[in-house]
Design a binder for this molecule. Sequence first.
Ligand code: PGA
Length: 243
Amino acid sequence: MRIIEANNYQEMSNLAAEYIIKKIHHTPQMNLGLATGSTPLGTYSEMIEDYEENRTSYAHVRTFNLDEYVGLEINHPNSYKYFMKENLFDHINIAEEHTHIPNGTASNIEKECQAYEDLIENQGGIDLQILGIGNNGHIGFNEPRTPFESKTHKVKLAESTRMANARFFNSIQEVPTHAITMGISTILKSKEILLLVSGEGKSEAVKQLLNGQKNENFPASVLNIHQNVTIIGDKKALAGIKV
Ligand code: PGA
């Protein structure tokens, strides 16, 4: 695992955006896995700025988001589809049909999960997956004790995750109870993974990840067996480890 330390959130975002943009220049038709949440927001805004200044083209990029809430319409301001449009897709030259996010309002969620898994595989797999990490070690919405062999599936969100995400809603009651997420094996099949971590709230999770033991109680620990993982983190998030 490579670890790149940034001084602060802004520098982490700059480094992450540069990293992704370089890959897009190298492989313009890449399959890019995306994440939502607070951590990648700065990265997306740097990508938009680069698009405005340098016209990095997303015309041949295909994106695959990690997860989506079950039950929120796509134009609900808290759906991840909406988040991605607002914070990235509407500001770069990517065709809507090249952006993929599980459909949390599908009438048959099990079928939707299988279709999403098949879609990723049929499109040749993910070249670079952007990841965040939850305080409990979740990746995507794979909460502790999710089997490492899991594929895209429906999950019941941990109360700690609903509480952490309540900041985006009017109240905790409004936070959906379920989501669709790429499974751990789906994530692990990505050719390369870029994990972004910021703030002292994540330092325990980073420490636990890097103690090296693979354990289903801490889903991110599976990253220890992947051959190509880079962590870009700010000083506060990396405070508990030696870089
Ligand atoms: P955050 O979420 O970026 O909002 O901290 C990360 C995650 O829960 O995966």
